[in-house]
Design a protein around this ligand. Structure first.
Ligand SMILES: C[S@@+](CC[C@H](N)C(=O)[O-])C[C@H]1O[C@@H](n2cnc3c(N)ncnc32)[C@H](O)[C@@H]1O
Length: 495
């Protein structure tokens, strides 16, 4: 049990001990794992796509979920948060609400949001939502991708809506994914690992994180560190919503807790907010994490005051708190900026780069490259593209610039550009594993399964010679072993 806790953060409570012991017995007989050492190795270091590991995880994570679970929370999202988010994005010229269901189970939560967006986003406007669901339960992820549900999963959906949005397939209901079908993605991500924020998985610059009914598995320090990582994944004004019965710590660096009845959510403060010990949030009873009972008026105002102070992602670069121009200010190095980005500190890295650009008399041209990298990590793709293209005009042989431009192109759904840029990257650096990985993912998304698999296998073969625990070049903090897991997942899911 201690090993399971260390690897997955899951607490096995007293009433779960017997089912847990049964699952271990089933695992041992089904996969012929008899030795204690072999079992420990599987739990501690088993690959996430090892069928035995998947079997264990599927048995100890309870993935019960259903459409429109917890009506109060979803009403709040549908009537308050999402309309205001949409208005805010319109004002800032963005068309890509970025939403993550963390611990998504079979996908019902993410698809519920998709259905709301279908209603809220006018068809005659060009919207490109980004909807990501992640979980550690591989069976649940497969079910989520298939979008087929039992009658029981639809118990909160009335019959006319069900018949309109789903089609019956024998004893299951298949969600009709007409609009925004290409916007939804389901991936493996273990919340207790520090693998996010991650540009690779799209876990960055988010507007909404839903992590409901997942904290039940974790102890308090784990929950606190997950929330601290969520703060780094959110845009200012972005929201992280947890379940009505989840432990909600009052103080999380970068986040402010709000509670309206049983609707708990955190709002991301501005990037410049102090990292430690924020003042106690006004809407929560002091010294307690239980909700204050809100009046209807409080409910109505819940988002507005925040929107009034920090609603818009600035379309212009945030004016850096630059020191006065001084020849003594050293420009940050590429390694320093990569390291900051890998640890989720892209906003601070950006300030550093912008300060150097202002303060250094002749900023080295590399500053444009670093500037572009920071902006891309913060989801400011148009600005990132300008900075990176400026850099490549005078530095035609730098693979990192083309690689970052390819990621920007992928985010902007310019898939042909992305492919050309990745090809160029690999011409300049054939050993850049992340470029092979993205090439594979890109080709798979374009339906070119053979070419996609080939590129992923190439990345895997390059990984064989690499040190598993070392961070991978341009992997935003991801280790070689974690990329190998991601590659195996992609290969397994590939047609
Ligand atoms: C009860 S379901 C909640 C599903 C959905 N969020 C909802 O509220 O309906 C909890 C999910 O959390 C997932 N989970 C548990 N531990 C996790 C971890 N360490 N990382 C990611 N997901 C995890 C489980 O596999 C399960 O699918």
């Amino acid at each position: 049990m201690a090993l399971v806790n260390a690897r997955l953060g899951l607490r096995i409570q007293a009433h779960q001990r017997q089912p847990f012991a049964q699952r271990i017995e089933q695992l041992q007989s089904r996969f012929a794992i008899w030795g204690q050492h072999e079992l420990e190795q599987l739990i501690q270091g088993g690959r996430v796509d090892d069928p035995a590991f998947e079997f264990l995880v599927a048995g100890i994570t309870v993935g019960e979920s259903y459409f429109f679970r917890d009506r109060n929370q979803l009403d709040f999202l549908q009537q308050r948060f999402l309309p205001q988010l949409i208005a805010r994005l319109r004002r800032s010229g963005r068309n890509d609400p970025r939403i993550w269901s963390a611990g998504c189970s079979d996908g019902q939560e993410l698809y519920s949001i998709l259905l709301m967006l279908q209603q809220l986003l006018p068809e005659n406007e060009h919207w490109r939502p980004f909807l990501l669901g992640t979980d550690i339960n591989a069976d649940a992820l497969k079910r989520a991708r298939s979008a087929e549900y039992s009658e029981w999963s639809l118990r909160q959906v009335d019959a006319p809506t069900r018949n309109k949005l789903f089609e019956r397939q024998e004893n299951l209901w298949r969600l009709r994914l007409e609009r925004f079908a290409g916007s939804v993605r389901f991936d493996y991500l273990n919340l207790v690992e520090s693998s996010y924020p991650s540009m690779l998985q799209g876990v960055h610059s988010l507007d909404l994180i839903l992590c409901r009914n997942v904290f039940i598995y974790f102890d308090r320090p784990t929950i606190e560190s997950i929330l601290a990582r969520f703060a780094k994944c959110l845009n200012p004004g972005g929201m992280a919503m947890i379940g009505a019965c989840d432990y909600a710590p009052e103080h999380v660096a970068g986040l402010t807790l709000h509670a309206i009845g049983d609707v708990f959510y955190y709002l991301r403060e501005e990037f410049a907010a102090p990292a430690a010990e924020p003042p106690p949030p006004p809407s929560v009873a002091s010294g307690s994490w239980t909700a204050t009972i809100a009046t209807a008026a409080q409910f109505a105002q819940a988002i507005e005051p925040v929107a009034a102070t920090q609603p818009v992602i600035p379309t212009q670069p945030v004016a850096p708190k630059a020191p006065a121009a001084s020849p003594d200010v050293a420009a940050p190095s590429r390694a320093q900026i990569d390291e900051m980005i890998a640890h989720g500190r892209a906003a601070q890295a950006l300030e550093l780069v912008q300060s150097a650009q202002r303060a250094v008399y002749h900023p080295p041209p590399e500053m444009d490259l670093l500037h572009g990298h920071c902006l891309a990590s913060l989801g400011r793709m148009d600005e990132a593209r300008s900075a990176l293209e400026r850099f490549t005009r005078n530095n035609e042989l730098e693979p990192q610039a083309y690689f970052l431009l390819a990621l920007v192109a992928m985010e902007q759904a310019r898939l042909r550009d992305a492919e050309a840029l990745l090809r160029r990257t690999l011409l300049l650096d054939p050993a850049l594993i992340m470029a092979h990985y993205h090439m594979g993912v890109l080709k798979l998304r374009q339906g070119r399964a053979d070419a996609g698999r080939k590129a992923l296998r190439r990345a895997l073969s390059l990984l064989e010679a690499a040190t598993p625990d070392a961070p991978i070049a341009l992997g935003d903090g991801m280790t070689h072993a974690q990329l190998a897991d991601a590659l195996n997942q992609e290969l397994e899911a590939a047609p």
